[in-house]
Design a protein. Structure first.
Length: 100
């Protein structure tokens, strides 16, 4: 599902109270979805956001714990894919632990 087009400020409201790294990761995933791009791998996110892979991992875990994102584990040799969970989405569960 492609991310609905919301303003930057509306997106920030969804992650109010989350850590700065979680906000950065969330906005990255949102804007990538809005551009029609699949978000793949922590290493790519870390490089693009100029964060450590560990910071991205912690941000992903925080977002998943609060039901804001989901990811699909594609196996040991492929990076996970990430998506935003929108209110009312069916199948809001996420699989696996974040991996690059």
């Amino acid at each position: 599902m492609q991310s609905e087009h919301l303003s930057f400020f509306a997106l920030l409201q969804r992650v109010k109270g989350r850590s700065t790294k979680a906000k950065m990761v969330y906005l990255y995933i949102c804007f990538a979805e809005q551009a029609g791009q699949e978000v793949v791998g922590q290493e790519t996110m870390a490089a693009d956001l100029e964060l450590s892979a560990d910071s991205v991992n912690r941000g992903l875990k925080e977002l998943r714990e609060h039901g804001l994102i989901a990811w699909k584990n594609r196996g040991l040799t492929l990076p996970n894919t990430y998506r935003v969970v929108h209110p009312g989405d069916a199948g809001q569960s996420s699989e696996g632990a974040p991996q690059s």
